[in-house]
Design a protein around this ligand. Sequence first.
Ligand code: FAD
Ligand code: PHB
Length: 395
Amino acid sequence: MHAQVGIIGAGPAGLLLGHLLHLKGIDSVIVENRSQDYVIDRVRAGVLEQGTVDLMIQMGVGARLQREGLRHEGLYISFSGRRHHIDLAELTGGKAITVYGQNEVVKDLIDARIATGRPVYFEAANVSVHDIDSPRPKIRFQKDGRNQEIACDFIAGCDGFHGICRPSIPEGSIKIYEREYPFGWLGILAEAAPSSEELVYTYHERGFALFSMRSPKITRLYFQVPPAEDIGNWSDDAIWDEMLIRMTTRDGWKPNTGRILQKGVTPMRSFVAEPMRYGRMFLAGDAAHIVPPTGAKGLNLAAADVMVLAQAFARFYQQNSTQLLDQYSDICLRRVWKAQRFSWWMTSTLHRFPGETEFDYRRQLADLDYLIGSRAAMTSLAENYVGLPMDVPLV
Ligand code: FAD
Ligand code: PHB
């Protein structure tokens, strides 16, 4: 097989890239090691920046998102038993976020991919990359017991944090910047109508908690736990007790409870690989960088990367210019580091750190008190949360 661009991973990054390339008349093959159902069912992100929504719409895959996505023009920050509203739209000249599950995004993109008739291989075993620093990089894998090889002009490593692309780069050719956090998030999906129309980020003396949602019938909630927490230690009743202790405010607001449909623990880390390229292989999304989920930036960063990458491939095939490909990593990393900064700030402001002192606790409360009292501080949060401007045209 031959492809202009071989894409590894059918997560948001790989699927978005595949469709952007399709729209530009560039052929691609997508190779994914999991099943189609597994990829669609994986419950992860929920918050789309305005730019990500605009991208989906302009790509022609935004119809269901426009129908079913929940547009939020604000959010709440809660501490010391009180919720404080931050009016994202008013502070950013009308921008908003949209709550639409990552699994819905992935479902829409898989449907769009299949409709193009371009190849996507699920359940590909032993995926590997070869000759990535040559003009003819290759992807090898097994499908239904048969060996397959795709000779490519370029490879896009969109295979997430635990993928094979980044580890295939020779040691010393990329630099890793990393921070692990001494906590994780226990997250649940519950059959309960959201009791607030907007997200609530809570700083509580027992630790962070987050109220979110997926639909008018489904609530999504998280709270901070130790990083290696075993979900088996948490009965459904114990989870609800802890959620309610952390989230209930003095005016009696609290999440509605209901049957827990799904639960899990996610560790938190910040991670950047630089540059996001080796030879003819380009890394995009979680393969290149991870942010803690507190800023809701991961999926949106993946979308921003592939917008730049798709433009760069188009420039190569249409104008025979490698200029944008050569700038790809630098362009993306400027945005990535700003998202790292914001996600780190949201995380450190809203979580309790083991070993912190009473001084630290009071200082964090003062940080939040300053935030909700200062238009400048709220504007800074708002413009980062809805998403900084994109550096390239959308499609
Ligand atoms: P992935 O989604 O990880 O996709 C990579 C794909 O590659 C996967 O399908 C994987 O199966 C495949 N793959 C892996 N290895 C191989 C291999 N060897 N061969 C072939 N295929 C392979 N982000 C936000 O923007 N907003 C949020 O609200 C938010 N909340 C989050 C909440 C949680 C609990 C978590 C865990 C994450 C959250 N994120 C959020 C982050 C977001 O989910 C990720 O940043 C996003 O999935 C990145 O997309 P990706 O395509 O780069 O990687
Ligand atoms: C979610 O709805 O899953 C979600 C929302 C906001 C975040 C992280 C996750 O910061």
